[in-house]
Design a protein around this ligand. Structure first.
Ligand code: LMR
Length: 345
């Protein structure tokens, strides 16, 4: 093993080299007896809406291709964690993923972190103008530079903040170690609150919260519930300060090498799954909040208008601060497309 490689990374690279060495440059004509296998890996729990959306896609994809494609689903980071799954996709060890768009920065595509800017979307209608419009399409096209294909956006929802003490305003985050996804915009957001951001893989978040490695986090109610984070967080505040959503992606060489009719059938299956995925996510976020409230493990706080104004005042300067990273033109395009320019100064 190369001394600079960790064992999982070395295994991944060895496996990928083997896949690349044995993969035919042009696949033989697939049949129901010898289907094309698509490994679809992701980090969400098997019961989570992302899993159910992936199952919906699998059923449609296999039906529309007459069984000439077989989708194998690998949820719950069982194959790869956050960063490794992107490497595995680029190397061809898996063929589809649906990572959070907050995780593309480390790949070198910083523009996706625009989705992480606090309060950039006032709600789902504004969000849809981006994910279903030109800006969203242009962002997906940027993935080609990394030999990836962006196929669709699937929502999770809007994030809330949690810790083991009440979070009534930014001052309450001061000095808290907060688990975040690997996004420099989310990092800047936590610094803006006086918190100490710690990037951790999703699969490690529960353990880190439970053992006190970190004090708090932000996530959607659905993720907080499905990962059982509510069992180890006594307080949460319904700030809904930022968006968490996914891009369904594939490896460009693999996708463009598919027979045209198969590719079109898969694209149809994805397009038809997207509204279902978004509905499942919306419902699950509501349900998760009800369940967590009923459990009594976490106290949920709804900010007053004054508290909400204080969160916004602390967080909105992040738009200007991170404009150099994500692109001021892109931010302005989003303001124009949504019709909403928050006061960032
Ligand atoms: C997270 O890391 O918190 C999320 O991106 C996980 C997910 O896939 O919803």
């Amino acid at each position: 093993m190369h001394p600079s490689l960790s064992r999982p990374r070395a295994v991944l690279l060895a496996f990928a080299a083997c896949v690349l060495a044995t993969a035919p440059t042009r696949a033989a004509e697939p049949t129901a007896a010898t289907p094309i296998v698509i490994k679809f890996s992701h980090v969400a729990a098997p019961q989570a809406h992302k899993s159910r959306a992936a199952e919906h896609f699998k059923a449609l994809a296999e039906r529309y291709t007459g069984g000439r494609v077989k989708i194998e689903l690998y949820p719950n980071s069982q194959l790869y964690k956050d960063k490794e799954e992107l490497e595995a996709l680029q190397l061809g060890a898996v063929q589809m993923l649906a990572p959070s768009v907050s995780k593309f920065g480390p790949l070198g595509i910083r523009a996706f972190e625009v989705f992480d800017l606090p309060y950039i979307f006032a709600g789902y209608d504004e969000l849809a103008k981006i994910t279903e419009g030109d800006v969203g399409r242009d962002l997906l096209a940027m993935l080609r530079a990394k030999r990836l294909i962006g196929l669709a956006y699937w929502n999770n929802g809007f994030k809330i903040l949690s810790a083991n003490a009440p979070l009534l305003g930014p001052d309450d985050v001061l000095g808290l170690k907060m688990r975040i996804q690997a996004s420099k915009v989310i990092e800047a957001q936590m610094w803006a609150l006086g918190g100490l951001p710690q990037v951790l893989a999703f699969s490690e978040a529960y353990q880190a919260l439970s053992s006190g490695v970190v004090d708090g986090t932000e996530n959607t109610p659905a993720n907080m519930y499905n990962q059982k984070m509510f069992e180890v967080q006594s307080h949460a505040t319904l700030t809904y300060h930022g968006y968490l959503g996914y891009a369904v992606i594939s490896n460009e060489t693999f996708w463009m090498g598919l027979p045209v009719d198969i590719r079109q059938s898969l694209e149809r299956a994805i397009a038809e799954t997207t509204p279902v995925a978004n509905r499942l996510a919306f419902e699950e976020n509501q349900h998760a909040l009800e369940e967590m409230r009923a459990s009594g493990r976490t106290t949920f706080h709804e900010p007053t208008p004054e508290e909400r104004a204080a969160w916004m005042a602390a967080l909105l300067p992040v738009h200007d601060e991170m404009a150099g990273r994500v692109g001021r033109d892109l931010i302005e395009r989003i303001y124009a497309a949504t019709g909403h320019k928050p006061p960032t100064q």
